[in-house]
Design a protein around this ligand. Structure first.
Ligand SMILES: Nc1nc2c(ncn2[C@@H]2O[C@H](COP(=O)(O)OP(=O)(O)OP(=O)(O)O)[C@@H](O)[C@H]2O)c(=O)[nH]1
Length: 438
């Protein structure tokens, strides 16, 4: 009956549909469990009736129409209001725990025990200034790389949701963009708004600071994170990069933070080397409320695969180019086709603000100051036009490693003047708190 309904695209009650989706996912990701980046949020449900392959990207107009209907749905949690065409994933809605309820077969399959009164679950917002190591720490806690890590500040643009599960707990981490002093573009303001909505859902907050820097009050970080929120959440201050300073200095800095900030605890760590990460987990667990899991335990993120594909390409851009160019790039996966007897076909566009940036990305001429990939003994003339090819190869290898399968990757560079100031485009690119679900 359910299969027939799906076949003829007859709307099903949301819960049924969600369960069907879970089964599809389980079959699809057989053998690659830990890499399953499935989606189970409340407002993703109707995307389940579409094929996993999505070829036609939404345009800005369609996006706006859909986001309106999804807001409508959020206001009226009434199944009649469910819009069959919507395929947007809201990053600010906490899923209903009941939506994750599974049948016996699924519980057994996913290694979830029966109702455990001591089970804990909740949301954790990871906040801090740019480049302090938030993404490195989140990746360490998750045990896999979900957020991109570079030596350049402000590389995290979206809130990355990572799910870390154990037999008796589930912590859902929001790795947020670094809190900035100055907001240069509309993009920066929208990113900061998203930082705030991460704490809106959170049960506790982890503020990361750089141990090599002079201690600083964390007021701005908390203000950006909490906004108008009245209730103060438990706050842990993580003194990161302890490997770079002397033990005596660590002690002094811990004392300073304990004395001059209003945090519940200070823990020194070295996220890069995994030192102290278990202490952070232990602190978080002590703050999470009792309750069942929000997501099945084998799921690592709520974001779709195409989101991570775009993030991988963005990371490679940061590694290959210098100065302003990486910051002016927006990466979109415009088409992702899974093909049964061929490699997956992924089409990516990189949007830049000026033609001069496009020229640098493609590598039509080489400006040593803008690129970091050029090797000293290579003649720049020989490299002409090869920059994009190098970028595509580096990206493809990482995407294949991430997806655990071979892909065909095509990258195109486009110019959209001042996209970082264009609110409509920014929302379309996911900075308004909603990303395209497929
Ligand atoms: N030595 C050392 N380096 C670290 C440590 N943690 C992070 N780093 C480095 O610090 C740099 C920034 O790390 P990220 O994790 O990208 O920092 P972030 O806070 O997420 O940065 P934004 O995207 O700007 O918000 C990278 O080069 C990391 O390798 C650490 O414990 N020790």
């Amino acid at each position: 009956m359910k299969e027939l309904a799906l076949q003829y695209n007859i709307p099903l009650p949301p819960t049924t549909k969600l369960k069907l989706h879970e089964r599809e996912n389980r079959a699809h990701f057989q053998g690659t469990r830990r890499r399953c980046h499935s989606i189970r949020a409340l407002n993703y449900r109707n995307a389940t009736s579409r094929a996993r392959t999505s070829t036609i990207p939404l345009d800005v107009k369609e996006f706006e129409e859909n986001s309106q209907s999804s807001n409508y749905y959020m206001r009226n949690k009434d199944e009649e209001a469910y819009d069959e065409t919507m395929s947007l994933l809201s990053l600010s809605v906490k899923p209903d725990r009941n939506m994750a309820l599974l049948d016996d077969y699924e519980m057994e399959e996913m290694d979830i025990g029966p109702d455990d009164p001591n089970h804990r679950s909740g949301y954790v917002a990871v906040l801090g200034k740019p480049n302090v190591g938030k993404s490195t720490l989140s990746n360490q806690m998750l045990g896999q790389k979900l957020s991109i890590v570079t030596d350049k500040p402000q590389t995290t643009r979206h809130r990355i949701l990572g799910i870390c599960s154990g037999s008796d707990y589930q912590m859902i981490l929001y790795d947020t963009p670094g809190v900035m002093d100055k907001k240069m573009h509309k993009l920066d303001s929208m990113m900061m708004k998203n930082v705030r909505s991460a704490t809106f859902n959170a049960d506790c907050v982890v503020v990361v600071v750089d141990a090599t820097k002079t201690p600083q009050k964390i007021g701005q970080v908390l203000e950006e994170g909490f906004g108008e929120l009245q209730d103060k959440l438990p706050i842990l201050l993580v003194l990161n990069k302890k490997d770079l300073i002397k033990p005596g200095e660590i002690k002094k800095k811990i004392e300073w933070y304990e004395k001059f900030t209003d945090v519940d605890e200070v823990i020194p760590v070295s996220a890069k080397y995994g030192h102290g990460v278990d202490d952070i987990k232990e602190w978080i667990l002590s703050k999470l409320p009792n309750g069942p899991a929000y997501y099945p335990k084998d799921i690592a993120s709520e974001h779709p695969e195409r989101f991570f594909v775009a993030e991988i390409v963005r990371e490679k851009i940061f590694m290959q180019y210098r100065n302003e160019v990486p910051y002016a790039c927006q990466v979109n996966v415009v088409s992702y086709k899974t093909r049964p007897n061929a490699k997956d076909f992924i089409q990516v566009e990189i949007v830049v603000e000026k033609n001069s940036q496009k020229v640098i990305l493609i590598g039509k001429y080489i400006d040593i100051s803008e690129t970091s990939w050029i090797e000293k003994d290579l003649n720049p003339d020989e490299m002409e036009g090869k920059a994009l090819k190098l970028l595509a190869t580096a990206s493809r290898l990482d995407i294949e490693d991430f997806l655990q399968k071979k892909v065909f990757l095509e990258i195109e560079v486009k110019v959209k003047e001042n996209w970082r100031q264009n609110e409509g485009l920014l929302k379309f690119y996911g900075y308004g708190g909603q990303i395209q679900a497929l």
